[in-house]
Ligand binder design. Structure first.
Ligand code: IPE
Ligand code: IPE
Ligand code: MG
Length: 241
């Protein structure tokens, strides 16, 4: 019954054609969202984390096979210590939740970014979640301590360690943290800025971009639909005619 309902909503959804296989979000604007209400920036991160869960559920329900979210960049460590602490504690809360319920979900989790910076306990929890969810259908990539440049360097170093002295594009693609996912079809940035901020530099070569003025905690299912509809209006040529 549930399965039937799911199929129906997928078929009638904005992604009915199924051409949108991978969507990536730069979840920006949490701090400004909080400030607008006279609240501390950390309040915005709490709201942002809640919204993240809602949006990944929704993307799954409209049949998008891979979702990537930019949660924390290699540059975000520059922020005040209390803000970094709040974000890390929200990340821990998410891990707790994921550990509790990943078995009921058909989602394989990947953490994009080097885990070296995290305490060993956190790191092994992340690795365990990745391993235990590996045979699931849908992909969720969470970019934490992620930088697009750092990932390319990491990929090249992996290849060097394997003994390669010359690399191909395919080698690099297969050695990135995103190796399990198809290239992103659509990259959505909320919060009005129009830049990549070191996100998916290699993978974005032929992605479509969608910039929204809406701040991340307010970016709801309807906003996702607007982005997806816009994606279907684009003519992708990949350099051809
Ligand atoms: C995005 O929101 C979340 C992270 C970068 C961790 P911001 O914290 O960048 O919010 P703004 O852009 O300052 O409003
Ligand atoms: C990008 O947002 C990183 C994340 C959303 C995690 P930033 O707020 O860090 O980007 P800049 O500083 O405006 O470029
Ligand atoms: Mg920002």
């Amino acid at each position: 019954m549930l399965e039937l309902k799911k199929k129906k909503s997928q078929a009638s959804s904005v992604n009915a054609e199924g051409r949108l296989r991978h969507i990536a979000f730069i979840m920006d604007g949490n701090g400004r969202w909080a400030k607008k209400q006279g609240m501390p920036r950390t309040y915005g991160h709490v709201a942002g984390a809640k919204n993240f869960k809602k949006i990944i559920e929704y993307c799954g329900s409209i049949g998008i096979g891979a979702v990537t979210v930019y949660a924390f960049s290699t540059e975000n460590w520059k922020r005040p210590a209390d803000e970094v602490k709040t974000i890390m504690s929200l990340f821990r809360d998410y891990l707790d939740e994921a550990e509790k319920n990943w078995r009921e979900k058909d989602i394989q989790i990947h953490f994009l970014g080097s885990k070296e910076v995290f305490p060993p306990e956190l790191r092994s929890r992340m690795e365990r979640l990745e391993q235990e969810s590996a045979d699931r259908r849908q992909i969720l990539n969470i970019a934490v301590n992620y930088g697009g440049r750092a990932d390319i360097v990491h990929a090249v170093n992996t290849l060097i360690a394997q003994g390669k002295t010359e690399v191909t594009e395919a080698d690099i693609t297969a050695s990135l943290y995103t190796a399990a996912s198809p290239a992103p079809d659509l990259i959505v940035r909320t919060g009005a800025e129009q830049r990549l901020s070191n996100f998916l530099l290699w993978e974005a070569a032929y992605a479509e971009f969608y910039f929204s003025e809406v701040l991340w905690p307010d970016f709801d299912e309807r906003q996702v639909d607007l982005a997806v509809n816009e994606f279907y209006q684009r003519k992708r040529r990949f350099g051809g005619l």
